[in-house]
Each structure stands twice: as C-alpha cells, then as structure tokens.
Design a protein around this ligand. Structure first.
Ligand code: NAI
Length: 331
C-alpha cells in the first residue's frame, strides 16, 4: 500500500498535481484533503482508469486523510498577488503549515513530507520544528520543494541557447526558494554555456530564474501564482522520491531545501554549516530508500555565483529564524 496525501488538493496547484499523480502506478491510494471542495475533486479523479483508489476529505477529516500515509504533499495556503513577495504570505501560511505538521506528527509520523506552501524558506523550518516537538522528526524525510526553480532554469537557458534540450539539461539551483535566495549554478552547465554569455546576458538570465515566479503572478493579474508548472515540478519530485523509496531505484538527484541534519556524514556540508550558521539549505540531494541518501558537495562556484550565494545566506538566515521563532511563539 502506498498512500499519498495531498493537503490543499482542491487548489490551483492541488488539482493538476493530483491529476498528474493519479497517472502513477506507484500509488495505490490518493487521499485528497482540503478545507473546501475535496470530495468533488476526488469524485472526478476517481473515474480515471488507473489502479489507485481516490478519496476526498473535507475540513473536519484531516486525521482520517493522513492516517497511514507514505507521503504527504502540501500545496495548502494562499498564493501571491501582484506586488507581494513570498514572505508576505507568512502570516497566513505559517499557521496552516503548523497545523498540518501537527496532523502529520499525530497520524503518520513516519511519512515523507513535501512542503510546497510558501514561503518555503520559513515553512520548512516550521514543519521540522513541530515534528521535533512531537519527537518524530527525521530530517531525511522532509523536503522543501524548489524543483520549479530547476525546471524554469532548464527552460530559460534553452531559450538563450537553442541547441540545449530543456528536458534533459539539469541545472543545479542552491540556496532557497525566493528571489535572491535562489542561486542557479549556471557555471556547471556543460559545453561552456556561461562563457558564451555577455555579463548583461548572465545578469538577465540569473534575474529571470530568481524572479520567474513574478512573470506568472503578473500575467495572472490577481488570480494567483504558478500552478500548472508547479504541479508539473511537484509531480516530478514526488515520483522521483517514490521511485527511490518504493521501487528501490538508486542514484536519482534533485535540488531540494532540507534540514542539513539530513546528511551528517558529509564533511563539506558540516564545514558549510559551521561557516554560515545555516541549518537549512537547498542543494542537490541523492535519494535512497529512506529519503535523503546524501547531500551532494557544493561544486566550485564562479566568483559571480559566490557573491550571489553570500547574499542568499544573509536572507536565508532571517527566513529560517522567522520560521523557528514562529513555532516558539505560537505553539
Ligand atoms: P490556491 O489558493 O489555489 O490553493 C490552496 C488550497 O489550499 C485551497 O484549495 C485552500 O482551500 C487550501 N487550504 C487552505 N488552508 C488549508 C488547510 N488548513 N488545510 C488544507 N487545505 C487548505 O493556491 P495555490 O496557487 O495552489 O498555491 C498554494 C501554495 O503553494 C501557496 O502558498 C503558493 O505560494 C505556493 N507555491 C509554491 C511554489 C513552490 O515552488 N514551492 C510555486 C507556486 C506556489
């Protein structure tokens, strides 16, 4: 039995994400939880002829939805409107994430958890702190989903250099998931990609990757932020994780925002943590049967990327502190 629960399943991300996951034969039970409309979305999806069972769970049924979960994916909460930063969402989404984390601790403490709700830089620390309070925190199992930054990077570089296939060229993106904390390591793209760019082109491309979400928020003009591309990215991450944890596939890598306790064996992670004081960071992670198998070493950065990273570190510190203080003050 592989039960996957989507919290916020009736939302802009939740619905297409549920649709994409309904297509996977790795999942036997897809449980859709939302404070509105979950039974309707579940009834609709349940007619699709793949093997998973679909159930819908309303406002008062969070516990039932979460019981026995293998994996919990969380796109619950409010999205941005034009002029808002992800940090502006904190007030509402912090409480939602805290309550869902409590639900996970009580009902499925061993589940893998994928946090999509923004601001990810702060909501992941909130989630982890709540699990710690309940004595059920396993850092190998909680992931902040920054995959959309990787997906966007692949697409945007292929628009600059049309010989790049965006579906096969991965870009490592480190740091966090908001504006200046998103650090794309374009120097790692093979074939001398960065060397072919002018400084202006590099600045423009880097800025586009960091603030790509704003393009969507602006174009949707008050109707929300990225949902379809996010559902694609969220499904990609979920399925890669399931392939590792259910099917035993080894060696797959994705960038994700994790608690650095997830890999205590990596000396370079230890050194990075000592130097920066950060407990959370997005980096390439290799999956194994227990979730995080290892956090990969940071590659050698260009001096341009080093500067971006230093800016990201300062902002991340504030974002992380905001998440952990919220738990201290509100639980
Ligand atoms: P939405 O408003 O369309 O959907 C959110 C859903 O969450 C709604 O159906 C709502 O009823 C539900 N919800 C609210 N409180 C809940 C609770 N306590 N329990 C269960 N469900 C609850 O928003 P959308 O566009 O789907 O975005 C969701 C979140 O994902 C936002 O915080 C947004 O900022 C974030 N996001 C994250 C991205 C990433 O890369 N990590 C990219 C894009 C959006």
């Amino acid at each position: 039995m592989v039960k996957v629960v989507i919290c916020g399943a009736a939302g802009g991300i939740g619905q297409p994400l549920s649709l994409l996951l309904k297509q996977s034969n790795l999942i036997t039970h897809l449980a859709l939880f939302d404070v509105v409309n979950a039974p309707g979305v579940a009834a609709d999806l349940s007619h699709i002829n793949t093997k998973s069972k679909v159930t819908g769970h309303g406002k008062e049924e969070m516990d039932e939805a979460l019981q026995g979960a293998h994996t919990v994916v969380i796109p619950a909460g409010v999205p941005r409107k034009p002029g808002m930063t992800r940090d502006d969402l904190f007030k509402i989404n912090a409480g939602i994430v805290r309550d869902l984390a409590t639900g996970v601790a009580n009902n499925c403490p061993g589940a893998f958890v994928l946090v999509i709700s923004n601001p990810v830089n702060s909501t992941v620390p909130i989630f982890c702190e709540i699990l710690k309070k309940h004595g059920v925190f396993n850092p190998k199992k909680v992931f902040g989903i920054s995959t959309l930054d990787v997906v966007r990077s692949s697409k945007f570089i292929s628009e600059v250099n049309t010989s790049i296939d965006p579906s096969t060229t991965r870009v490592t993106v480190v740091g966090g998931h908001s504006g200046a904390t998103i650090v794309p390591l374009l120097s790692q793209i093979p074939g001398g990609f960065v060397g072919s760019l002018s400084q202006d082109q590099l600045d423009t491309l880097t800025h586009r990757i960091q603030y790509g979400g704003d393009e969507v928020v602006k174009a949707k003009d008050g109707a929300g932020s990225a949902t379809l591309s996010m559902a694609y990215a969220g499904a990609r991450f979920t399925l890669t994780l399931l392939q590792a944890t259910v099917s035993g596939q080894r060696g797959s890598v994705e960038s994700t925002y994790v608690n650095l306790d997830a890999d205590l064996t990596n000396e370079s992670v230890k050194a990075f943590r000592n130097r920066t004081g950060l407990d959370y960071f997005a980096q390439d992670v290799e999956f194994g049967p227990d979730g995080v198998e290892k956090i990969l070493d940071l590659p050698t950065l260009s001096s341009y990327e080093q500067k971006l990273l230093e800016t990201a570190i300062a902002e991340l510190k504030t974002n992380i502190d905001k998440g952990t203080s919220f738990v201290t003050e509100n639980t």
